[in-house]
Design a protein around this ligand. Structure first.
Ligand code: MG
Length: 431
């Protein structure tokens, strides 16, 4: 059975921030939310760029592997951000979360980095599909704080994984079978950071995707969200379900090039727009709908704690290469010194000889050289000794080698004449 998606998307700048750094997308095959990070480093550019790349996924995946498509697209978005920073160093530090869902008619493939979230509402039960890559989530995982405490933790904004074009991209990737009646939500932390699951599920369970997305944004702002808020809602429907004839792909938030302020039938927004609430009067208390005091330090500035791009990368690479070469030379030097302390007894042109080094060859190179050739001919030796010498006799030291030679000499048959004279490099006398 081939299923379809009925979807809606909405993004709002919120009541505090001047810019919307969230971007969202909803289409027949693709749902995605990116929450730009970086404050002055223009998170809106990161999220808009990422969605611009990710939206290319919005086509029937057919038999292609869902997670491969998602991972590839996320990597390209990551690389696009890298290119942007390369071209304009003022963008250094810009980054974005990315929660991406690709649908193939029966399953979804999910790719995720950051703290935007994907949820599934199935038969009235809400499940969070993604796992936040945040500092506070790691504390929750370790059992050190609760979910509720995480919601108000002073470092709740700190993200550990993003698309930033510099770090290695390691998204969570998984697939899930879907069924008619399932409802999917993808949202930025401006929504899920302010609405508890119970409230989120209750709102998500009502009305059409269009209605649910509007209500989720409204409720997030009413709950005190000081952030941009983006919600993408999609229903999984059967083939026979009639979809709105004007249902077309939706691009919202920073990724939408021309934001419009058009009242919707719900009174605030019209979907497909980057909606913005009417200006909030500063002289009205927040609880009465007035402005919420901004944090003295913009938390967005410290959100990802972006790692500065490495400076003097070329110099680091040269130094690293030199270090590796130095270590290799040192290892070779130590190996050579050690080999120079090794000896064995073998045959040199028919005479017993002491060799310095290691028996054998490496890629055609001998690892030893004659240290001393004695005047003991192999012809004087017993067949057993002769074979042993030809095979090479291992010794523990030069003294040990000399003892072996003395023993061979002692066992040699003096009736057999020498075949050579002593050609030692520094030896004299018998043997
Ligand atoms: Mg946010």
């Amino acid at each position: 059975m081939s299923l379809r998606l009925d979807y809606s998307a909405l993004s709002d700048v919120g009541r505090v921030r001047k810019n919307n750094q969230d971007s969202g997308y909803a289409g027949p095959w693709l749902l995605a939310v990116c929450d730009g990070v970086g404050g002055a480093a223009r998170g809106d550019i990161a999220s808009g760029t990422a969605i611009g790349e990710l939206r290319r996924l919005d086509e029937d995946p057919a038999d292609r592997e869902l997670l491969g498509l998602v991972a590839g697209s996320m990597q390209r978005a990551h690389d696009r951000i890298s290119d942007l920073v390369e071209e304009d160093s003022a963008l250094s530090g810009t980054s974005t979360t990315a929660t991406v869902i690709l649908f193939d008619g029966s399953r979804i493939g999910v790719g995720h980095v950051g703290d935007s979230r994907a949820y599934l509402l199935r038969e009235g039960v809400l499940s969070q599909l993604t796992h936040d890559h945040t500092f506070v989530q790691s504390l929750v995982d370790e059992g050190r704080i609760t979910d509720d405490e995480a919601r108000t933790h002073p470092h709740r904004n700190l993200i550990l994984k993003v698309l930033d074009g510099s770090s290695d991209l390691e998204p969570d990737l998984f697939t899930l079978d879907v069924a008619p009646g399932d409802r999917i939500l993808v949202c930025s932390d401006g929504a899920c950071g302010y609405l508890a699951d119970e409230r989120l599920g209750a709102i998500l369970g009502e009305g059409t995707p269009d209605f649910a997305s509007v209500e989720l944004v409204r409720a997030s702002l009413d709950a005190g969200s000081t952030d941009n808020v983006t919600c993408v809602v999609a229903d999984v429907v059967g083939e026979q379900t009639d979809l709105s004839p004007d249902l077309s792909p939706l691009l919202v938030g920073a990724a939408a090039e021309l934001p419009r302020r058009t009242p919707s039938r719900h009174g605030i927004f019209r979907h497909r727009d980057t909606g913005e609430l009417d200006p909030i009067r500063a002289d009205i208390p927040a609880e009465a709908g007035g402005a919420i005091a901004s944090d003295p330090i913009d938390p967005e500035e410290a959100r990802y704690a972006p790692q500065p791009r490495p400076r003097f990368l070329w110099l680091r690479r040269i130094l690293s290469t030199l270090l590796v070469l130095g270590l290799a030379l040192m290892a070779a030097g130590l190996g050579g010194w050690w080999a120079n302390q090794q000896f064995y007894v073998s045959d040199s042109s028919g005479n017993v000889a002491i060799y310095r080094g290691l028996q054998g060859t490496v890629v055609g190179f001998r690892l030893s050289e004659p240290y001393r050739t004695t005047n003991v001919s192999l012809d004087q030796l017993s067949s057993v000794d002769r074979a042993a010498v030809r095979d090479g006799i291992d010794v523990t030291s030069l003294d040990d080698a000399e003892r072996v030679v003395q023993n061979l000499y002692a066992d040699a048959d003096p009736a057999t004449p020498d075949s050579t004279s002593d050609s030692a490099s520094g030896s004299s006398g018998a043997p």
